[in-house]
Write a protein of this length. Structure first.
Length: 139
């Protein structure tokens, strides 16, 4: 499946008392990367409304390997392992831009739900868009 990379700059207010990115902030970074990947493939908020649902985060496992600080530019790489039924399993890697050392690895389970928050099969449009094509990169 496609690999997607986005970049973001760490902001000062995301620091914790130890002077590095607060662990809870990394989940925001993961969610933002998933949203940007979806938008890159044409799935805007309006498109989600047309399809009658949204993806919600059901479970996330994050491994913190190293830290980032305010001013660092991070690269968040994400890709889907599986997308079938009501579920999508997405992986993530976070590094400082231009460096090989991993700061964070993560795996998340996303579930497609309708407006009543009931799980529904993922629309075919998503299965097609996320399953085809070559690696995509944005900045």
């Amino acid at each position: 499946m496609q690999t997607f990379i986005t970049r973001l700059r760490v902001r000062h207010y995301e620091m914790d008392a130890l002077g590095h990115v607060n662990n809870a902030i990394y989940q925001h970074y993961l969610e933002q990367a998933a949203i940007e990947h979806s938008e890159h493939l044409g799935f805007s908020l309006e498109r989600y409304k047309e399809l009658g649902g949204v993806f919600v985060l059901r479970r996330v496992e994050i491994e913190y390997l190293s830290s980032a600080v305010a001013g660092d530019t991070l690269e968040i790489k994400t890709w889907l392992e599986t997308m079938k039924g009501t579920r999508a399993t997405r992986h993530y890697e976070i590094r400082k831009h231009g460096e090989e050392t991993l700061l964070v690895t993560a795996k998340a389970l996303w579930v497609w739900v309708d407006e009543t928050m009931r799980p529904r099969p993922i629309p075919k449009d998503f299965l097609t868009a996320f399953g085809a094509g070559s690696p995509q990169v944005t900045s």
